[in-house]
Write a protein of this length. Structure first.
Length: 291
């Protein structure tokens, strides 16, 4: 009967813990899509200038990236401005939005102003940053830009201003719209003093910024393939009941229609700005507006 006895099982060695094969990890921002030509690009192909190799569209830069690209090393000195009321209309949740924008960008507002040098040419320099509440223009932005032009006039400096904005800041209502006239008046006083103002339009420059100081420069430059306009494309089409061209509100379209003086590729901006500053240099000119 031994044939039917239950045999003992041979114990197996405990298997080693099998690690679940991990999926390959792809770092964030490895691939980016160009907003202009819609092509997917490997991040390293856009380089430090952040330019699409296919259509030459310049990706949006931060304030620090823009200053390091344009200004001579360690030449920028930020200018102080008077304190402004943060929430003049007591708009619900506005202070929280400002706090979040400041924490995310490291900036105190949507524009930074000061003085610096471009290939050894002294300039009053301003940069608007679309990463801070889409570069929207509120009372503090208006105050900073007014200080930029007023102090540049006092110190007899040309102004180079990089614009990037979605327009007026809705949380400040009519007060944000008033900044258009305020800054425009400062631009006019700077111009009457015989001083140069060069706005460089970057993506996007829209709304009240386009309707005022962005288009009031002596020489208006723009980067390739960017959006420039006042009202949105859909609003205009519904108003005039017509289909607009595909290139409408691009820098190329505005250059063709005479609204811009030149489209400049990002890798040529420093050279072009330095040349313009050199040929328009003002030397010991006093009371220019009275001559």
């Amino acid at each position: 009967m031994g044939l039917f006895k239950k045999r003992a099982y041979i114990p197996l060695r405990p298997q080693r813990d099998r690690q679940t094969p991990q999926k390959p990890k792809v770092p964030d921002n490895t691939w980016v899509k160009c907003p202009s030509c819609q092509k997917t690009l490997y991040h390293q192909t856009i380089g430090e200038l952040k330019v699409c190799p296919h259509c030459q569209y310049g990706f949006r830069l931060t304030t620090q990236e823009r200053m390091s690209l344009i200004l001579d090393a360690n030449s920028f000195h930020e200018w102080e401005i008077p304190d402004c009321e943060e929430n003049p209309l007591a708009f619900p949740g506005y202070e929280d939005k400002l706090t979040q924008a400041r924490s995310r960008t490291g900036l105190s507002e949507a524009v930074m102003i000061g003085c610096g040098r471009i290939q050894d040419h002294d300039v009053a320099f301003g940069v608007m940053d679309s990463h801070f509440m889409m570069g929207s223009m509120g009372t503090e932005v208006g105050e900073r830009l007014t200080v930029l032009f007023e102090r540049a006039r006092t110190e007899r400096l040309p102004v180079v201003l990089f614009t990037a904005s979605g327009g007026a800041r809705m949380q400040e209502g009519i007060l944000s719209l008033m900044q258009m006239a305020k800054i425009s008046a400062a631009v006019k006083r700077h111009s009457k003093a015989g001083l140069l103002y060069i706005p460089v339009l970057t993506d996007p420059t829209t709304g009240g910024v386009t309707a005022s100081f962005a288009m009031q420069g002596d020489i208006i430059l723009a980067e390739p393939g960017i959006t420039i306009g006042f009202a949105g494309r859909r609003v205009i089409e519904q108003t005039i009941r017509q289909t607009l061209p595909e290139t409408f509100q691009t820098s190329e379209f505005l250059l063709e229609k005479g609204f811009l003086d030149k489209i400049v590729k990002r890798n040529e901006l420093v050279k072009v700005l330095a040349y313009l500053l050199k040929v328009h240099q003002v030397k010991d000119v006093k009371n220019f507006h009275e001559s």
